[in-house]
Design a protein around this ligand. Structure first.
Ligand SMILES: Nc1nc2c(c(=O)[nH]1)N[C@@H](CN(C=O)c1ccc(C(=O)N[C@@H](CCC(=O)O)C(=O)O)cc1)CN2
Ligand SMILES: [Mg+2]
Length: 297
């Protein structure tokens, strides 16, 4: 059996095109352009690439992009002051502080200083609580993108057994909430889970978000299951080069699963597409428009 490869790159391009249409319609009806502000502190190489891509794709969608690059040793008070300024700026509909932040910064404090209405990352504690309570929230981008890929493949997810491997605040926990909201039976598995392999084998939907290269082997996967690989791990090859792999052993998964997201080109591109979608959603909500269709959870 050979699984289908879920083309997240192509799907993300479609989402970005729909966001661009929504932005054009928004500008025409409201007379202003939605704006996204991104704050990068320090010189982490991967973060620099992600922030550059966010800037380019925000402009391509027809939105304003405000990039704030601060040195790694910026005092926490200066970061908080910048966020306050962005909170008060009517040209800014979405604010994102790129993670990870340097060690001297309290990331939770900074995340929760972003206005919940402009929190396009969905990390603010009030958005976390709203998602958990089944209320309208800003939803974290990677889980939202993963949900879109699952809905596209299956239509309804109702009654499916979903296992989320990993319990991070950024992916694992919100992913589990979204799957529950779509009426899956949800299990969160993690490093202390007993017989994790058997737990994963019970999954119709397996979402791997642990940050451990190729941890999920073919024997962990139920035949025909849909596997969403959120991991992005850079490993060294025997030739001394590096390459990206997910949390799932892709070649083995392809032999067993019904469908698998590749790394790269699976969930990753959906993260930025959903950031743009969230920024448009935030602009809609700021003027009392209904949420843009098909771009929210
Ligand atoms: N404030 C936030 N910080 C971080 C988030 C986030 O959602 N909000 N997520 C990640 C990084 N990230 C976006 O910020 C991100 C990661 C990966 C990709 C992506 O397109 N990956 C490609 C491969 C890229 C490569 O070659 O390295 C893929 O998987 O195909 C986009 C965005 C942590 N920080
Ligand atoms: Mg975890």
């Amino acid at each position: 059996m050979t699984a289908d490869v879920i083309d997240g790159k192509a799907f993300a391009a479609g989402i970005r095109a729909r966001v661009a249409e929504g932005v054009a319609a928004f500008k025409a009806s409201q007379g202003f352009t939605p704006g996204l502000a991104v704050v990068l502190v320090g010189e982490d190489p991967a973060s620099q690439v992600y922030v550059r891509n966010k800037h380019r794709q925000t402009l391509e969608a027809g939105m304003e992009s405000f990039e704030h690059r601060l040195p790694a040793d910026t005092p926490q008070a200066d970061i908080l002051a910048l966020v306050e300024k962005l909170n008060a700026d009517p040209a800014v509909n979405g604010i994102l502080v790129q993670l990870p932040l340097p060690d001297h910064v309290d990331a939770d404090l900074v995340i929760n200083s972003v206005s919940a209405d402009k929190d396009v990352d969905g990390f603010h504690i009030s958005n976390v609580g709203r998602l958990g309570a089944g209320l309208k929230a800003m939803v974290p981008c990677t889980p939202l993108g993963s949900l879109m890929l699952l809905r596209d493949r299956h239509g309804s997810l109702s009654g499916m057994n979903a296992v989320v491997l990993g319990r991070s605040n950024i992916v694992g926990k919100p992913m589990a909430q979204l799957l529950l909201k779509d009426s899956c039976t949800v299990t969160i598995a993690h490093s202390r889970t007993k017989d994790i392999e058997a737990v994963c084998r019970g999954a119709d939907i397996l979402v791997a978000a642990v940050g451990r290269p190729e941890m999920v082997r073919g024997s962990w996967i139920r035949p025909g299951a849909t596997v969403i690989d959120v991991g992005i791990n850079r490993i060294e090859t025997p030739e001394g080069k590096t390459r990206l792999v997910g949390d799932v052993h892709f070649a083995e998964a392809m032999e067993v699963a019904g469908a698998v997201t590749p790394v790269p080109g699976g969930v990753g591109p959906m993260t930025i597409a959903c950031l743009l979608a969230n920024t448009l959603t935030s602009a809609h909500r700021s003027v009392g428009l209904p949420d843009p269709e098909g771009l929210t959870a």
